[in-house]
Design a protein around this ligand. Structure first.
Ligand code: PRP
Length: 215
């Protein structure tokens, strides 16, 4: 039996995913050691391997087949636009929204056909939304975090970013101006892996689905 390899987006999503996997009998004791510097963890009995990666890299590992299965937010999947992967399951947690946000005063410029400046960690999602959905010409400024700063210091008119509780926006005098799409944690599978290991992969998907949606 060959190993099936999971790439999990580091942080909260990985923790939650591992706890759900544990509930369907997929454990990885090695991964529980908080002091470990190991990068890859193995469950020999089930012939499974796990590694943690930066969210943005998870679709890449899966596209190339370096991981058979990836678990990552829909925001990353949409932004990375990778080939050779199937999205097989919405895990239903990590729920948030991709939105256009800014000061209330920016609402008006979104209705006119003016060229506006949009700051985002998600340049592809932002470009796609303004070009294809709104038919509005925009200049995208790529940032790597704390994107809410951009309209405050006049780097941009609006931002495209994730809104979860809305606290960051509120505390900085910003608001949701338009909603682009809902987001949550997703499971993706390499297309070739899916063909080669269909039974084992479908069993994992089926067990997770039953755990998440049939209780
Ligand atoms: C995310 C996102 C928002 C914030 C939204 O940032 O980019 O800034 O969370 O959450 P809220 O609606 O609950 O306030 P993250 O914490 O990942 O850090 P970053 O801004 O450095 O990307």
């Amino acid at each position: 039996m060959r190993y099936i390899t999971f790439a999990l987006a580091k942080g909260r999503l990985a923790k939650k995913t591992l706890s759900y996997l544990e509930q369907i009998g997929i454990t990885c004791e090695e991964m529980k050691d908080p002091d470990t510097r190991k990068l890859i963890f193995v469950n020999e009995e089930l012939k499974l391997r796990f590694f943690l990666a930066k969210a943005g890299d998870v679709p890449t590992y899966v596209e190339y087949g370096a991981a058979d299965i990836g678990v990552v937010g829909a925001d990353t999947i949409l932004e990375e636009q990778r080939d050779n992967i199937y999205e097989v399951l919405d895990l239903g947690f990590g729920k948030c929204r991709m939105c256009v946000c800014g000061p209330a005063s920016a609402k008006e410029i979104l209705t006119k056909n003016e060229i506006i400046r949009v700051a985002s960690k998600y340049p592809n999602i932002a470009t796609n939304y303004f070009k294809n959905k709104k038919n509005q010409t925009v200049e995208i400024v790529k940032l790597n975090g704390s994107v809410e700063l951009a309209p405050i210091v006049n780097l941009s008119d609006v931002i495209v970013d994730i809104v979860e509780t809305g606290t960051t926006l509120k505390e900085n005098g910003l608001e949701v101006l338009e909603e682009i799409c809902p987001l949550s944690c997703r499971m993706v599978v390499n297309k070739v892996s899916f063909k080669m290991e269909q039974d084992r992969i479908l069993k994992i998907v089926k067990d997770l689905k039953a755990l998440l949606y049939e209780n």
